[in-house]
Design a protein around this ligand. Structure first.
Ligand code: CA
Length: 228
């Protein structure tokens, strides 16, 4: 591990899917089914590579790749709407093992907690406030509803800094997706990559995180060491 430390940090910005919830397998299945219905093809690897981007941007990217032209706004609404309805019909994703322990330790250390997600899934945005009650409120969340440009643009994380009221140098991000890490690094924030999916470590490392771990439990277990 590098010389990275949490010692001089005052806020932690958490991504949601794949970090606070083990929700990526559901997203993966929903995207794959929705895209197939509209004549496009998305593998689980594709879904993880695009993770963190808004549904809107994902449809545009895959349409260009598979069909060679941009999806219309109507199509984007139809495809993302269908994907979202499939996702809602799936069994609820479990809370990511280790994540509640991370929250307890972060709060005990006196750091501010925020959630910065590309998600526009209203049910999950509601649920996170119950599952992580006492640690997070809606006004400490940046979602698809708060920004125009999603990850990999730095906008969601810049908005998070603004809400936290801290400079980038005092913040740290916890992210599992390449585009999410790119967004955080572009916002000038030290990033802890947590590789909870099937992508190779190298793909995440290429985006320039400060450190890379493999589970939220590992982050919980190494918290004291990182705080020194
Ligand atoms: Ca994620």
């Amino acid at each position: 591990m590098s010389s990275f430390t949490l010692k001089n940090k005052s806020a932690i910005l958490f991504d949601m899917d794949g970090v606070l919830y083990d929700s990526m397998p559901n997203h993966s299945m929903a995207w794959s089914q929705a895209m197939s219905k509209f004549g496009m093809h998305m593998t689980p690897h594709d879904v993880y590579l695009n993770e963190g981007a808004t549904g809107h941007d994902t449809v545009i990217r895959i349409s260009l790749r598979d069909r060679g032209y941009e999806a219309t706004e109507q199509e984007i609404d139809d495809i993302y709407g269908y994907k979202a309805s499939l996702f809602r019909s799936m069994p609820a994703a479990r809370v990511m093992p280790g994540a509640p322990e991370v929250f307890r330790k972060v709060a005990a250390a006196g750091l501010k907690i925020l959630i910065v997600t590309g998600s526009g899934q209203k049910n999950l945005i509601e649920r996170v406030q119950r599952d992580y009650e006492g640690y997070i409120t809606r006004d400490r969340m940046v979602t698809a509803f708060e920004v125009k440009r999603g990850k990999p643009y730095p906008d969601p994380y810049l908005k998070g800094l603004q809400i936290a009221g801290v400079p980038a140098s005092e913040a740290v991000v916890v992210e599992n997706a390449p585009l999410g890490i790119r967004a955080a690094v572009a916002a000038g924030i030290d990033t802890i990559a947590v590789n909870t999916g099937p992508l190779e470590d190298e793909i995440l490392q290429a985006e320039g995180p400060a450190i890379l771990l493999h589970s939220m439990q590992e982050l919980a277990d190494s918290f004291e060491k990182l705080f020194r």
